[in-house]
Design a protein around this ligand. Sequence first.
Ligand SMILES: [Zn+2]
Ligand SMILES: [Zn+2]
Length: 350
Amino acid sequence: MKAYQITAWGEPLEERVIETPVPEGTQVLLRVTASGVCHSDIHLWDGYFDMGGDVKMRLEDRGMTLPFTMGHEVLGEVVALGPDASGVEVGDKRIYFPWIGCGECDVCQRGDELLCLAPRTPGTRYAGGYAEYCLAQHSKYLVPFEGVEETHAATCACSGVTAYSALKKLKHLRPEEHLMIIGAGGVGLAGIGMAKAVVDAKLVVADIDPAKRAAALAAGADMVIDNSDGDAVKELMASTGGGVHGVIDFVGAPASTGFAMQTIARGGTIVVVGLFGGAVQLPLATLPLKMMSIIGSYVGNLDEMHELMALVTAGKVKPVPITPRPLREAAQAIADLRDGKALGRYVLTN
Ligand SMILES: [Zn+2]
Ligand SMILES: [Zn+2]
């Protein structure tokens, strides 16, 4: 099969012909028909995450070796089952839920596979969906998407469930309070498109790019703000009557989280999702004085994926703008994403 692989960190992906995997045990082989190109793939491609203060977390240090096939938003058709696999049949189309652990330890048993110390995520640990075929570890991770456009369904596995899980952490907000989403890129737009279905609050979207602010308004934001504007903090504090009660920072950069810390209301919660990287200075006294919480949210679990797909199939989630691109353009697609050319999401189709 053809796979589009990292062969050198940060260098263009290479089209390589490799052996099509054969499912063993409970594994299921999918012929990939849609595969989302995620912003986090850029970090994987570079080979490190920026932890701030010139500290880099290198993927080689956590066992990632090249060549490597990225792609964790995988959707495809079942073409073969391992000898112990059941629950799906050849010909079924499924989303491969990627955030899986060993399946056996304590956290995996209670459904928090995200916390497992032995993750088996396709596209970050195991071979992923930038290829013609992808191995799923077990049919329990294969999620139906009846009636949903394939390219949209594929993105639900990462940007969709990431946005949903972050929003759920602010479910307690009330209709007279404000929820602010920072960053209307791929994941941010997914969050904006489902915010009203999960959190009953007024929705403010902050982005430095006027085109993305326009996209946010079209996707359902009640108001938008340019957080790079020198008066933005003052204006937002005035228009919200003392700040926003919940923030989801889909950027995760010093400027965006800094903006959240300046505009959060007393008792508010900041959920950091974005992996842009860097570090912020946190005046510790603001934590007790503002009774503020800063928490992190990373993708979502399998239960949340099923909850999300129930909302999606019920038509309660506005699909993000998607640009399908043929699988063979994988290298160009991720390069274009890095160059900031994508509004919404690229999905590789085959
Ligand atoms: Zn992703
Ligand atoms: Zn585990």
